[in-house]
Design a protein around this ligand. Structure first.
Ligand code: NDP
Length: 400
């Protein structure tokens, strides 16, 4: 059915390649390209062994538009799945426009020199994609991604109006390292150390980092201290669901993790500006990435579960109702299937399903769209088939 190019050979890229390879009726030709070709070759070799599927590989610097365009013109994919870093979103979108290729990603654009992410940069491409007759699907991982689709599904089937949305993200896994991040350390540390922000009564309320927290119960896991942080899907969800009075994002952190994070920040290792070291310019957070465990290698000893979902309160047929939809994912099962841990798995599977939605024609319209703007039903069906089954609870105490 379709020819796909995946860019980024990290933890998430590993899962995407494993998943597209398991769906040969949809993905008929696969190429993986990244900065370091040897990583692409290793993934391709592993996938060949597991599933007997051929994956082509290539080297590309995704910061460089002409280099990307050359690759796209040579391979001619119909869809590009961007699982490199958020820094590359705009160069890859530019290259897609030039070469006439459709686009999907899992994280919104962020400039390298500013720890700040928002959709405005990518939404500004709407006209260009519309005029080119190309589809761009933004934020198709788990959060953003599945959490946004859960919200769309809730709005379609269970609510006339959504009033309160709390996205709850718990990683109750143990990688048996003193400190490690579950995805790219630079992006992860920038995200979790920023000021908190949530939506209430038509405006954004800012907080100190990790200022608001409470213990929440996660299914099959139990109570975990959860912290309000800003997360990118809040921006598009409050725009697309204007009845929302309050939208927050909660993430669990252990005390050990927060202590390490505080030390990293206090000693300047989270800095994103250049410093002079031995006559060389280095960016401390990039140096830190080089010495921290590689998130892609955490899988082997990872035990426990992730639990991510949406807790929603609103109105249906004139009555107040509550709804909780979530997925629990086992790190061990994810590793067994794909060689990657649960956080990479919960991101890579939705990216594959989003690509499948595109190739099946379910999610195909010219322009730039967040995932909640498409029909959630066929996507929700595929989550149950491809390893991220969901559970619904109605009219329970949401604890929020
Ligand atoms: P990794 O750091 O493990 O992998 C990133 C990959 O991109 C690496 O292979 C890296 O190459 C490659 N890359 C980086 N810069 C370039 C470049 N200029 N040109 C070509 N390739 C490049 O990250 P993850 O796999 O953990 O995360 C991938 C993406 O997924 C990130 O954008 C992250 O924000 C997003 N994500 C989304 C989530 C969601 O739920 N929506 C959750 C988790 C992650 P090299 O190997 O040479 O370093």
């Amino acid at each position: 059915m379709g020819k796909v190019l995946i860019i980024g050979a990290g933890g998430v890229g590993t899962v995407v390649v494993n998943k597209v390879a398991q769906n040969p009726d949809v993905f008929t030709e696969i190429m993986l390209a990244s900065r370091t070709k040897s990583k692409c070759d290793a993934i391709a070799e592993d996938v060949k062994k597991r599933f007997g599927v051929e994956v082509k590989t290539a080297q590309v610097d995704a910061d460089n538009v002409p280099e990307l365009v050359t690759l796209l013109n040579a391979y001619k994919p119909e869809l590009l799945i961007n699982v490199a870093l958020p820094y590359q979103d705009l160069t890859i979108m530019d290259a897609c426009l030039e070469a006439g290729v459709n686009y999907l990603d899992t994280a919104n654009y962020e400039p390298k020199d500013e720890a700040h992410f928002e959709y405005s940069w990518q939404w500004a491409y709407k006209d260009k994609f519309e005029k080119a007759g190309l589809t761009a699907i933004l934020g198709c991982g788990f959060d953003p991604g599945v959490t946004s689709i859960y919200t769309a599904y809730a709005a379609k089937h269970h609510f006339d109006e959504i009033h309160y949305l709390d996205i709850v993200d718990c990683n109750a896994g143990d990688h048996h390292k003193a400190f490690a991040t579950n995805f790219n350390p630079e992006i992860n540390i920038r995200e979790v150390s920023q000021r908190g922000k949530y939506w209430e009564n038509g405006e954004w309320i800012e907080t100190e980092p990790h200022e608001i927290h409470k213990s929440l119960n996660y299914p099959e896991i139990g109570p975990k201290e959860s912290y309000v942080i800003y997360h990118e899907e809040l921006e598009s969800l409050v725009k697309n669901y204007p009845t929302i009075k309050r939208a927050r994002f909660w993430m669990t952190f252990g005390q050990e993790y927060l202590t390490h994070l505080r030390v990293i920040q206090n000693i300047g290792m989270a800095r994103i500006d250049e410093v002079e070291y031995n006559g060389q310019k280095i960016v401390p957070i990039q140096f830190l990435k080089a010495v921290l465990p590689n998130p892609g290698d955490l899988g082997e000893n990872y035990t426990g579960w992730t639990s991510i979902g949406c807790r929603i309160k609103g109105i249906k047929d004139g009555k107040e109702v509550t709804y909780y939809v979530y997925n629990n994912c086992s790190h061990e099962a994810a590793y067994k299937e794909t060689g990657a841990q649960g956080v990479s798995y919960t991101t890579g599977v939705p990216a594959m399903i989003g690509a499948m939605m595109f190739f099946k024609g379910e999610w195909r319209k010219a322009g730039v769209y967040n995932v909640e703007e498409f029909n959630p039903d066929p996507f929700m069906e595929q989550l149950n088939i491809h390893g991220l089954p969901w559970v619904e609870l109605h009219n329970i105490d949401l604890e929020l």
